[in-house]
Every structure is written in C-alpha cells, then in structure tokens.
Design a protein around this ligand. Structure first.
Ligand code: SF4
Length: 339
C-alpha cells in the first residue's frame, strides 16, 4: 500500500503511513464477515478543507476511511486509491480505523491557536457505520468537541447514532450542534441494491423521529436523487410525506453526480441491473460528472412544490457528505437532453 506517499487531498492528511505510525493491526472478526479493519494511530485528527472547495465548513474529522455502507454512488470512493486499495469492493470492505482519533483531537483542540471553527463529521465516510459499534470512537470525539467549545455537525445514515443521542443532546447545550440524516431512497428493495450496507429507510425514519424526540432539529439530505430510478413524482412525494411525518426539519435535494472511479463503479451496476437506462445516462451525463442543466431545472420544478407542501424548507446545515458534491453544479453535456 502506498501509505507513505498519499496526497494531502486524498482525504484528510490525518492518516499516518503504516510504516511511519509504528503500529498496525489487521483485524477480521466473524461479526464483520468479509471486512478487514486496518487499525492505525493517526498523527492528526482535524483536517482543514481546501480554500477552493467552497465547502460551508473549514474543518472535518473522519474517524474511518472506507465505508461498509457501500453506497454505489459514494463520491469518496476514489480516496481509497491513494492507499493502493481499489475504489470499489475495497472501499466497502477494507476499513481504516483511527483508533486514537479522540485523544489526538483533544490535543489539537487544546491549542491556543484553535479558533473553534465549525467541524463537520461524516463528510468522507460515515462516522456511524457498523464499525463504530465495535470501536466506539464517536463518544470521545463528541466529548472533545463539546468540552473545547467547538460547534460541530454530524451527517449519517447510521442508526447507531441513537446510542449517542443523550451525549449529542448534552453537547447541544454547550455548543451549536447540527444533526443530519441522509435518506434519498424510500423503496426498500432499491435501497438494498444501491446502498447495500445501510439501514433500511424505515430504520432511518425512526432515527429522524428519535432525533426530533430528543429535542433537536434533523435536516435530511435527499441526496443523491438517482435519475430515472428515484425521481418519479410518486417516489419523491411518498418520501417527503414520510420525512415530514417523522419530524424532519428540512431537506436538501441534490441529483447524483458521478466523478472519477465512482462513475465506473455505479455504471457497472446499472448496466447489470438496468441496462435499458444506460443510453439515457449517456445522454444525461455525457462524458461529464454532472447531470445536464435541463435536468436540474426539471428536478427543481418537481421538488419545490413538494418541499412547500410538506413544510420541509428548513435551513440547510453547514454540511455536505459523500453523497453530495462539494460544489453542486451541472455541466453542459451537449445539446439539451432530459430523457
Ligand atoms: S455515501 Fe456516505 S454512507 Fe454511503 S458509502 Fe459513502 S460515506 Fe458511506
């Protein structure tokens, strides 16, 4: 693995090379069939986002690299290639665990130079993926942020967040805390195909309800919307009705983009499962990563009245995750093409 030569923009610069760190343990356990944990000692935890990224936060913390939620559209996939792992199956099953992340973060937050800028959790991997049940990294991270007076946000698909709800609610009395759940596929069967490692839509609706019941607002990332599979009026209306009933405070809706090796990983699945859609995808995306401007306008026109009807126009939190582009935009892909 090319751990020692990873580029700074690979993820967060917080991952030490195995050779440099001095410790690495590879763990496989029967409870996590097919998954290998690479336990590392990180040298830094806070990652400064690049100026050019135009992200609504300056710092991130990622407790893991790789994500067993295994979303086929995940834009963080190419970051695994910096480890000489592949962006497909390896991203889903070869998980890097920063076992000392809370202690390192606490040290960094104690520096006089720390200005208590907003820290986003869940931007490149899901902090509440199943592995968090084994490693329990988040309680230490949340405690360190709250005690240092640092505002933070969490974005997840993981129902494991419920374990930490009392802690998060407590932290929200000390600092500004924003919690978002990602749920863009209401159909259980389709969710199992596209996001095979994630909790079901119903389980995530229950999570949204639990967050609201704990007295916190819960924004929902309806992202990504997958063209021709989850953009029907019927699907979106059903999803929005469920989100409103669960107590979501607002939604952000973003169509799927396909960058780098994520594109091939997603389209190989699509060619196996929905080959008839491939020509439409070619027209919609062309050789670019983004849907055509016409599609974006069409989707906005479909979504806006639903957002209004279901009272989901609450403010967007300072957060974007691995389902959403850093700078959502559309690229022209030739002549106007919608379908
Ligand atoms: S999109 Fe989020 S939850 Fe899905 S695999 Fe990527 S990091 Fe994990």
């Amino acid at each position: 693995m090319r751990w020692t030569t990873q580029a700074v923009d690979a993820d967060d610069g917080a991952l030490p090379g195995l050779e440099r760190s001095g410790l690495v343990r590879r763990v496989q356990t029967p409870e996590f069939d097919g998954i290998t944990f690479h336990e590392v000692l990180c040298k830094s935890a806070l990652n400064k986002t690049p100026e050019a990224s135009r992200l609504p936060f300056d710092y991130t913390v990622n407790t893991f690299r790789g994500c067993s939620h295994a979303c086929r559209y995940c834009f963080a996939r190419p970051t695994h290639e910096y480890l000489d792992l592949d962006a497909g199956h390896d991203f889903d099953t070869q998980l890097v665990v920063k076992t000392n992340v809370a202690a390192v973060l606490r040290r960094e937050l104690a520096r006089k130079s720390w200005k208590r800028e907003h820290v986003a959790l869940g931007t490149n991997t899901d902090p509440y993926q199943r592995a968090e049940g084994r490693y329990r990294l988040m309680p230490g991270v949340i405690g360190a942020l709250a005690e240092s007076g640092t505002p933070f946000s969490i974005l997840t698909k993981g129902t494991l967040l419920r374990r930490d709800l009392p802690l998060i609610a407590l932290a929200s009395r000390q600092v500004d805390v924003r919690v978002s759940v990602s749920l863009a596929i209401g159909d259980h069967e389709l969710q199992q195909q596209i996001e095979p490692g994630t909790p079901s839509p119903k389980a995530r609706l229950d999570l949204i309800r639990a967050i609201a019941d704990a007295g916190m607002s819960c924004h929902v990332m309806v992202a990504p919307v997958i063209p021709f599979l989850t953009d029907s009026k019927q699907h979106l209306e059903g999803l929005f009705a469920d989100l409103a009933a669960a107590g979501a405070s607002g939604v952000t809706v973003i169509p799927m983009h396909l960058r780098g090796s994520t594109r091939g990983w997603f389209l190989s699945w699509m060619s196996a499962e929905h080959p008839a859609l491939l020509p439409r995808y070619r027209r919609l995306y062309g050789r670019g990563a983004y849907v055509s401007p016409e599609y974006t306008r069409w989707l906005d026109a479909r979504v806006d009245p639903l957002v209004e009807r279901y009272g989901l126009a609450g403010r967007q939190p300072a957060h974007r995750g691995a389902e959403t582009p850093a700078s959502p935009k559309s690229e022209p892909v030739g002549p106007p093409t919608l379908f």
